[in-house]
Design a protein around this ligand. Structure first.
Ligand code: TYD
Length: 228
């Protein structure tokens, strides 16, 4: 009988961090790596990921909920997350697919909770309802000084203008982004088993390697598989 290693169990991986730290690039690169190993994986994002959640995304990012305040916005993000988890994340994991999400519940903790001042009880309650037990297995917190990240975001501005999407949270000031950075670091510190903080100012290639090293150390069955 051939000794074919079993497919690694499906994992739920999230990427978090402030604006312009390069999450989307790394999410895409990880997908390519997994697919190369013949591992089925779904790439998704928050807010969004399903048609209903994308509608909530458009509403929030166009600034239409800004006057409602961070508490009501936390509820909106959670509503989108509820649909995302129940109609995409949970079924994908159940069918054996890895799920890689560009942002997830830590963004609500950081943006609306620690930076926006929404009380912890509301954040935790919403989280329980929306996640329904689907905590990520591993979260990469990409960390970068906001002034470096800002320079990257500026170069994407034209692209954004063309797509006609004003972005609610990118217009906050530098001090706000510094607090946001500290919020993500505090979340990672409080969840050391799940969160891994990686410096995002390094090159995209070396960050990709660090991410892959972390994954294969945590899930050695990945390292044992040969690229297809
Ligand atoms: P997006 O354009 O996806 O930003 P980024 O490329 O930085 O991920 O916009 C998502 C914005 O929504 C981003 O500013 C973070 C914010 N956000 C929250 O405030 N709370 C949340 O729960 C989530 C998921 C996102």
């Amino acid at each position: 009988m051939l000794d074919v290693p079993a497919k690694p169990a499906a994992r739920f991986i999230t990427f978090e961090g402030g604006e312009g730290v390069g999450k989307s690039t790394q999410v895409k690169r990880l997908l390519v790596r997994l697919n190369r190993m013949d591992i089925e994986a779904v790439r998704t994002r928050e807010p969004g990921g399903t048609p209903k959640a994308e509608a909530v995304r458009a509403f929030i990012l166009q600034g239409r909920s800004e006057s409602w305040g961070p508490g009501a916005e936390a509820v909106l993000f959670a509503a989108a997350r509820y649909d995302h988890v129940s109609s995409l994340i949970a079924p994908s994991l159940k069918s054996g697919k890895w799920v890689i999400s560009d942002r997830f519940h830590d963004s609500t903790r950081a943006y609306q909770g620690l930076t926006g001042g929404v009380n912890d009880k509301l954040i935790q309650g919403l989280e329980e309802l929306a996640l329904d037990g689907h905590q990520p297995d591993l979260t990469f917190v990409l960390d970068m000084d906001p002034s470096t990240a800002f320079a990257r975001v500026e170069s994407r501005e034209l692209e954004k203008a063309l797509a006609q999407t004003g972005d609610r949270f990118e217009k906050e000031d530098l001090e706000w982004h510094r607090r946001l950075r500290q919020a993500f670091l505090a979340i990672a510190k409080a969840n050391p088993d799940r969160c891994v903080v990686l410096p995002a100012s390094q090159s995209e290639d070396s960050l990709e390697e660090e991410i892959w090293d972390t994954l294969t150390r945590r899930y050695p069955e990945l390292a044992e598989r040969k690229a297809g």
